[in-house]
Design a protein around this ligand. Structure first.
Ligand code: KG4
Ligand code: ZN
Length: 341
């Protein structure tokens, strides 16, 4: 079909996402999150997330269908995140997708979570330029991807060598006594702060930059923030939370945007797309826009709800796979926690 109707299932972490897309149009994006159950542990607990997916799966599918007036038997295909992600949570989504595909007699498409984060921009801003340079920044990933074709050619240029960008936000938030997940809290706190502390920019100069041109490192930054806060506490000084948040955020955003623009320039790519939970960050959006403008690069960032994990991204990529006649997956599709792009 020209405009395939595809249901997408996302369970790679703590969000049960069900999206339905027709071609390049988003019909519904339904989500159930177990993030509040994880907050008291300060991070996602895989077993808790898996059980939450089991409980949320059927009601979330029903909600997606009800809100879009789509009947399951009208679907052209079922798409599901088959990896990377948490092994146990992926398995819940893959099992649900197989059951639906088998019961409805529809083709099943296993999709890569990272490629899906890129593909979601199609339902926001239309067909992707080819190639597009994608930067994916979330709690689990910080990657620069050269994407000639999101349905079968996604080339990693670099990634974090330690913590993901979102992980750094979450860890620094914890140091500052802010709740989990910390990214949005740091973003908000930073608005009242000044960029007055010069925190390190990992892998941006000298041999580190030569060897890791498009890689990231945020663990040194996190340690630097912890040390700074500890030294202030030891001296009995009150912690200027807003200033620390603003200065830390500036260091992360500076490195991310600098390397993303450099990757576009060195690979001759005129379009930059940013996705993943950290793409919701207001300072990242502003700095990426001004640096892209200065470099003559077009910037595409989906609305925040489509940057964090969701089912629409899986459906969006599924619809592309159907439209481009890519082969469907078998019912023996495995959940692969370390699936490469
Ligand atoms: O993509 P996502 O929902 O889940 C995965 O990790 O795959 O991303 C969640 C991450 C968390 O680390 C969270 O703190 C971060 O995205 N995040 C933010 C903001 N909103 C969410 N980080 C910085 N600023 C934000 N406004
Ligand atoms: Zn994600």
């Amino acid at each position: 079909p020209d405009e395939p109707l595809v249901l997408g299932i996302e369970t790679s972490c703590d969000e049960t996402g069900i999206g339905i897309v027709r071609g390049e149009t988003l019909l519904v994006d339904a989500i159930a999150s177990s993030v509040e159950e994880h907050a008291r542990f300060g991070g996602v607990v895989p077993e808790v997330a898996s059980r939450a997916h089991l409980e949320a799966m059927v009601p979330t599918i029903e909600r997606a269908c009800a809100r879009s007036s789509v009947t399951l038997r009208d679907l052209d295909a079922i798409a599901v995140t088959s990896g990377p992600g948490l092994a146990g949570t992926l398995m819940v989504g893959v099992a649900a997708a197989k059951a639906l595909a088998l019961a409805l007699g529809k083709p099943l498409y296993g999709v890569n979570h990272l490629a899906a984060h890129v593909a979601v921009d199609i339902v926001e801003h239309g067909a992707l330029p080819e190639p597009v340079l994608a930067m994916l920044v979330s709690g689990g990933h910080s990657s620069l991807l050269l994407v000639p074709d999101v349905t079968d050619d996604v080339r990693p240029l670099g990634a974090t060598i330690d913590d993901a960008a979102g992980e750094a936000f979450d860890k620094v938030a914890r140091v500052l006594g802010l709740p989990f997940p910390g990214g949005p809290h740091i973003d908000r706190a930073a608005r009242d702060g000044q960029i007055v502390i010069d925190f390190p920019r990992g892998l941006t100069s000298g041999r580190d930059m030569e060897r890791h041109r498009f890689d990231f490192s945020f663990s040194g930054l996190k340690t630097a923030v912890s040390r700074w806060v500890e030294s202030q506490r030891a001296a009995g000084v009150e912690i200027p939370v807003a200033d620390v948040a603003a200065s830390f955020q500036e260091a992360v955003v500076d490195v991310l945007t600098r390397k993303a623009i450099l990757a576009c320039q060195e690979h001759g790519v005129g379009d930059l797309q940013i996705g993943g939970g950290v793409a919701a960050n207001s300072r990242l959006r502003a700095m990426a826009q001004s640096r892209a403008d200065a470099a003559g690069i077009r910037l595409r960032v989906p609305r925040p709800a489509l940057c964090t994990d969701n089912g629409a991204m899986v459906a969006a990529l599924g619809a592309q796979l159907v439209a481009k006649d890519r082969p469907a997956s078998g019912l023996d599709l495995p959940a692969d926690s370390s699936l490469p792009v």
